[in-house]
Design a protein around this ligand. Structure first.
Ligand code: HAM
Length: 429
């Protein structure tokens, strides 16, 4: 019978790869905890309306990329294409936002029906943080500094650059959008197909176009800076000052507009040249209008999300995953002889109790000494304990062989009553 494969653009993460993912997950959880963030979990499936209202009806995500369907009640539901909308919905629904400050983080799979390629998938994993109830640029700076701290801990800081921009208020963007539209309309026929479609509906998205001819036309286009309100400019200037004071390098990119409609004022992206076309590993910004748009009371908000798939690819490209992150089991227990299985299992249980952090793998399924040793080497363990009967005795074994699985291949015989002591020395060394 024909085999059934995974859905295109949705990846299996195999046991050889999961240690790299766990390494990123551990670093992220550790860093956000140190900045006072608390975890929030919300559903993968939400009302389609939630994403339409927050991300915007005229965006690639909502128009082309959502996995939407009618459920058995005829309600339109969608797999979440990102986490901010669900996070705001959940936090507001449970009264966590109004008149409060919150620092929240989340992680999990997101779904976008994009054209799959390296670093761009239809199911991908994000880690995100969202800070609510703080209107000043200090929290924008802290959010960005948190991301920079994460790059340092993952040892990839050198590969990443920070780009920032101020996109002002929605009124500023409306004014700028109509100016941009009049400029681009005069050369509409030279624009790429997507940009032509965007001209009437969402001209700012044309700034994102990768088409070379469109980019040439954009070189002389009016820029957003001239349309920004004073308050927004002050906020942005102060943010830049705070980043500089903290010695964080950034560059300004007036064409950075983001593909989701909810942003205002400062937005940012971290990009790398080490991943090919999909070089944005983390992106975010301020979105003070979103809570109101979703029916809540006005709440200042800022956050970012990083793509874990891309970060793992980057760590692998830079060989930045420490060997210890890939470590498998510490000790392998070979049990030679069926009559010793029960004693072996009990020995393993008591060792796991004595050494709570020890990873000990038992050879289940029997086999000759030589084949068990082969499995011990393959397990990645540093030491094998061999439980073997001496001669034809049927008594429980009182002594085991300890063998190092390194170049020394050093072997010693240890009475089982002294095993804890002997292992403490090995585990510490
Ligand atoms: P976003 O820019 O759409 O923003 O996605 C954030 C990150 O998710 C991207 O920089 C990228 O690393 C990763 N990503 C996006 N799409 C894919 C894909 N198809 N395959 C692999 N990775 C992908 C947001 O999602 C906002 N919710 C971020 C945010 C949080 N803004 C404020 N708070």
């Amino acid at each position: 019978m024909a085999k059934i494969h995974a859905v295109r653009g949705m990846n299996d993460i195999l046991p050889d790869e999961t240690p790299s993912w766990q390494f990123v997950e551990r670093c992220f959880r550790n860093v956000v905890r140190r900045y006072g963030y608390k975890e929030i979990r919300f559903p993968i499936l939400e009302q389609t309306q939630l994403f339409k209202r927050s991300i915007g009806e005229i965006t690639d995500i909502v128009e082309k990329e959502m996995y939407s369907f009618e459920d058995r009640n005829g309600d339109s539901l969608s797999l979440r294409p990102e986490g901010t909308a669900g996070c705001v919905r959940a936090a507001d629904q449970h009264g966590l936002l109004y008149n409060q400050q919150q620092r929240l983080w989340y992680s999990g799979p997101m779904f976008r029906h994009e054209r799959p390629q390296k670093g761009r998938y239809r199911q991908f994993e994000q880690f995100g943080i969202e800070a609510f109830g703080m209107a000043g640029p200090d929290i924008d700076a802290e959010v960005i500094l948190l991301s920079a701290q994460l790059w340092r801990e993952l040892d990839i800081a050198k590969s990443l650059t920070l780009k920032i921009n101020n996109i002002g208020s929605s009124e500023d963007r409306a004014k700028y959008g109509s100016e941009l539209r009049s400029y681009l309309s005069s050369c509409a026929s030279q624009l790429d197909r997507d940009s032509q479609d965007r001209l009437d509906t969402n001209p700012l998205r044309i700034l994102d176009s990768k088409d070379p001819e469109t980019q040439v036309i954009l070189e002389n286009a009016p820029i957003m800076t001239a349309f920004l309100n004073q308050e927004s400019q002050d906020h942005y200037e102060r943010l830049k000052q705070l980043l500089s004071d903290a010695d964080l390098d950034y560059s300004e990119n007036p064409k950075l507009v983001r593909g989701l409609d909810y942003y205002n004022n400062a937005v940012f992206e971290w990009t790398t040249n080490d991943l090919g076309a999909q070089g944005t590993v983390c992106a975010g910004g301020r979105y003070d209008g979103l809570v109101t748009k979703l029916g809540g009371k006005s709440t200042a908000a800022v956050g970012f999300a990083l793509g874990v798939d891309r970060l793992v690819l980057l760590l692998e490209a830079l060989a930045a995953i420490p060997a210890c992150a890939k470590a498998g089991v510490d000790i392998y227990l070979a049990i030679v002889g069926d009559q010793l299985v029960s004693q072996g299992l009990q020995l393993a249980e008591s060792l796991r109790q004595q050494f709570p952090t020890l990873a000990l793998q038992v050879n289940c399924g029997g086999g000759k000494y030589s084949s068990q040793m082969k499995k011990a080497y393959n397990s990645g363990a540093g030491t094998v304990i061999v439980l073997e009967q001496d001669g034809d005795s049927v008594d429980p074994v009182t002594e085991v062989k300890l063998r190092r699985l390194d170049d020394s291949e050093e072997s010693t015989y240890v009475p089982i009553k002294d095993l804890q002591n002997a292992l403490s020395k090995i585990i510490r060394s």
